[in-house]
Design a protein. Sequence first.
Length: 182
Amino acid sequence: MKAFSNSSYYTDQVLLEAAYYWERKDAGSVPMDAVKLKSIVEDYILSNNTCALATGTGSFVRCTPIEYSWHDGCFWMFSEGGKKFIGLGENSNVCLAIYDKYDGFGNLHGLQITCRAELVEPFSEKYIAHAEYKKVSLEFLRRLQSPMHLICVHPLRIDCLFSDFKAQGCNPRQVLLPEEQI
């Protein structure tokens, strides 16, 4: 690890301890029932429509606020373009964040989602199906000077932070592995 600090405090050991702080702290915590957690997570995803999409390759990183739809166990995003495609062209590993405005530790709600992105070919079967889901006319899409790109993001791990899980006797931090649950 390389710390970007002028301080000699941030050694590899200090950085590793910081990186794995929550795993150690939560090791003996009470997990929520996976079916219940899946339901809460899906409700939260569906109650929102904007996320922060982080992409990157090499030393280039980008975090883009973008509208999403959720269906078929994936996030779907139409995009005209932008710097996020620099990362997407080289690296399918992405991360999404969906969260509420901070209103104190007792009201935290957010998801950090580790994902694999897929660029969907314009006017393919998947592309057309999503356009229909969004009620976007194919005629409109065909008339655009540049194609409207479609990003399909497959969640691999969802880290949840919901303060109100404590009232249910569970740790406020929970992990959902969608391959097994969604």
